[in-house]
Design a protein around this ligand. Structure first.
Ligand code: HEM
Length: 505
């Protein structure tokens, strides 16, 4: 595109003339096989961003002031979607952003990475400033190097090896819940499940048993809980913290310093262990350290540290919140609980948790429940992308630099994509009668080359926890379901899910 820009004098045109001129030039270049425009000359004329509908906003601010409450960003976009349709634009100060809930457009954009689309560039800038620029935010060749390492380490072939660790930590969660059932009776499972996923991710990725499930005062989790929301809000606002720090920015600095100290300790220990093991790595951190030590690897110590934090952040909230939302639904549905309890008894027999890896392969009904929860309450309701180059998405001309928000819930709740979409039906995922269209509409793990590398692990965690809960406990929601709010902070979590637990006999 830089080459094209050099050819195009941008003088004496109003914006419509400029658009026509640029469009015709791009068409001309594409007929010669040059330029970056992914269309053929026979394509119908594309719609421009200014041709799309938009919610009313203020001069200069656009819709910025309506989105200041970031914890509800996804809901604002969904409300506008209901009014304006599956493609529209919003304006944040001077930036025009394309928003779409059309699964076909989302699928194209997700698959056209890393060349045509990237993650929103401010994610990388903000993550880099916080020294968190790992696999999730990094782009280009650094991304492909890190992706190969992490994909292999978290892939399905590694899962049988993870099983004893999953078993140990699931048993800890069972004991924690048993103590609660035998004492106070009520617990906020959002917190319990976050402890569970921190323990699993830290053990599997870095070989460190942080055991937050058994130790009440947990620094790691407290600091992580602060970093995520702040990272999210900084992506969307001008960098005021370069000039003036609010109390929340100072708290963030303290948490980052603490957590980095902890990560450095992890790295030092892993390096010493790796040496003692004759340079044979036993966990993902050691794999990264070994790779970083290779002269041509291009992986630095800073990348290793950023990925330790990235994995903790990416693996923790997503899985914990998916589980918490699942329990929110199941705790109000005695009929579904009875089906799952019967399934757990059948498959686990006398055991209190899945006794071996093979058993976890048969627990698909449990992730059916989780996938339904993700459809109704998506933990990743938005994926933000940015065009690296001019592109025609469907029939929309997306200029280089445009941000594109993919908004997942509307299609997942639409009968076009899911038969009887308003029905919470875990069985639909094992019947597999749902079409290609519904698989395309379910983007909870993303799609294309950057699809979530932790999804197989997340599914095993979900199966272990739900089958353990259904095998040992009866549970129902302690409180009013309408009081449970959706909070968006990168992932979308429930404000709390208080469960009344009692032992099954
Ligand atoms: C229910 C649980 C989970 C959900 C819903 C989820 C969802 C997602 C989504 C939507 C993306 C963006 C994908 C895209 O851009 O196409 C993503 C990326 C990622 N996830 Fe997950 N995730 C989950 C669990 C995990 C776990 C357990 C880990 C690791 C321990 C993990 C690690 C990552 C990483 C490293 C990326 C960045 C991949 C890249 O950019 O190449 N996730 N996840």
């Amino acid at each position: 595109m830089c080459r094209l820009k050099r050819h195009l004098p941008r003088v004496g045109c109003d914006s419509d003339q400029w658009y026509e001129l640029r469009w015709n030039f791009l068409l001309y270049m594409s007929t010669r096989g040059e330029g970056s425009l992914a269309i053929s000359p026979a394509s119908p004329p594309a719609r421009r961003l200014v041709d799309l509908r938009s919610p009313p906003g203020l001069p200069l601010f656009g819709n910025f002031h309506q989105l200041l409450k970031f914890t509800e960003l996804h809901k604002h976009l969904e409300n506008w979607e209901a009014e304006l349709g599956d493609v529209f634009t919003i304006r944040m100060l001077s930036k025009q952003i394309l928003v779409t809930s059309d699964p076909k457009l989302a699928d194209i954009a997700l698959h056209e990475r890393p060349e045509v689309f990237r993650r929103i560039s401010t994610i990388e800038t903000v993550a880099d400033e916080m020294e968190l620029n790992g696999l999730f935010s990094v782009e280009g060749t650094a991304w492909s190097r890190q992706r190969n390492l992490i994909l292999h380490a978290l892939g399905p072939s590694q899962l049988p090896e993870f099983f004893p660790t999953l078993q140990k930590i699931t048993e800890r969660l069972r004991v924690r819940w048993q103590k609660i059932a035998e004492s106070v009776g009520v617990t906020d499972v959002v917190e319990d499940l976050t402890r569970y996923t921190v323990d699993v991710t830290a053990s599997l990725s870095f070989g460190q048993d942080v055991n937050t499930l058994e130790h009440e005062e947990d620094a790691v989790q407290r600091h992580l809980a602060l970093i995520f929301p702040k990272l999210t809000s900084r992506i969307f606002v001008p960098p005021y913290w370069h000039y003036m720090k609010l109390p929340s920015d100072r708290r963030l600095d303290r948490s980052l310093a603490e957590i980095k100290r902890h990560v450095q300790q992890l790295i030092d220990n892993a390096r010493a262990d790796l040496q003692a093991q004759g340079n044979v790595p036993k966990n993902l951190l050691q794999v990264m350290l070994k790779a970083a030590a290779e002269p041509e690897s291009g992986i630095t110590d800073k990348d290793v540290s950023a990925n330790v934090l990235t994995l903790l952040l990416a693996g923790e909230d997503t899985t914990a919140h998916a589980l918490a939302w699942t329990l929110f639904f199941l705790s109000q549905r005695p009929d579904l609980r009875a089906v799952l309890q019967a399934e757990a008894s059948k498959l686990l027999g006398d055991a209190t948790i899945a006794p071996d890896y093979e058993t976890t392969s048969q627990l698909a009904l449990f992730d059916g429940a989780a996938f339904e929860a993700l459809r109704f309450k998506p933990v990743t309701p938005l994926i933000g992308l940015e065009a690296n180059q001019d592109f025609v998405l469907g029939d929309i001309f997306v200029p280089a630099g445009t941000q594109v928000f993919l908004c997942s819930r509307p299609a997942m709740m639409d009968d076009i994509y899911f038969k009887n979409a308003k029905e919470f039906d875990p069985g639909r995922w094992s019947r597999r009668s749902d079409s290609f269209a519904s698989r395309q509409a379910f983007t909870q793990f993303g799609g294309g080359p950057r699809v979530c590398p932790g999804r197989s692990l997340a599914i095993r965690e979900i199966r272990m926890v739900l089958s353990m809960l259904c095998r040992n406990f009866s549970f129902e929601l302690a409180g009013d379901p309408s009081k449970v709010r959706e909070i968006f902070s990168f992932t979308m979590k429930p404000s709390s899910v208080p469960l009344h637990l009692s032992m099954l006999h």
